[in-house]
Design a protein around this ligand. Sequence first.
Ligand SMILES: Nc1nc2c(ncn2[C@@H]2O[C@H](COP(=O)(O)OP(=O)(O)OP(=O)(O)O)[C@@H](O)[C@H]2O)c(=O)[nH]1
Length: 209
Amino acid sequence: MMAIRELKVCLLGDTGVGKSSIVCRFVQDHFDHNISPTIGASFMTKTVPCGNELHKFLIWDTAGQERFHSLAPMYYRGSAAAVIVYDITKQDSFHTLKKWVKELKEHGPENIVMAIAGNKCDLSDIREVPLKDAKEYAESIGAVVVETSAKNAINIEELFQGIRHMRHPLGTKMSVGTRHPSLQPTLLPARAQPLLQFPASTTQSRRRT
Ligand SMILES: Nc1nc2c(ncn2[C@@H]2O[C@H](COP(=O)(O)OP(=O)(O)OP(=O)(O)O)[C@@H](O)[C@H]2O)c(=O)[nH]1
């Protein structure tokens, strides 16, 4: 029988940035233009084979509307990873992302892996957030960063793969300072532009203050 490793992941970010759409694309390979705002949170799972094991993502998709903000700790507490999403066409959503990172650093699990997703990269002609800004910010906090499109299925698999690669093995955080080949910047398939960037030096550079 194959071993199953579980990985609890939560999605955080402003309302309308596409958190539910990312999860829906990842789990069901589906995109809905008329998706409703999440109320509270929703839960989905996806199991993927990995060598001799099965890796099961337990995904909590939180509601981005401000009135649900106080519920978020219920979902990020106990999470191995957080996907923090912004909309590349909305500078405000990048600002909100930074607030989530601050909250996670202050109140989240100590070793939580952070992955930043700049969603709606299919709309890059009306972009407000340069990829360079996101990369620099991600580097400064030791996070994975990638631009995604839930609509066009760009970099969604890679986003979740990136999270798996930040864990070694899945469910057990690599110790700070340990270098693993999978943390090197990864070349993605041609359609998967732009690049998934891993932090340069360590799995995490965050510190509690
Ligand atoms: N063009 C484009 N639109 C997208 C993309 N992802 C999501 N959307 C649209 O953005 C809107 C909001 O998407 P949601 O997935 O509901 O956003 P959310 O972050 O889950 O929102 P809350 O549930 O309120 O927190 C919907 O109209 C989606 O169809 C994308 O990659 N490209």
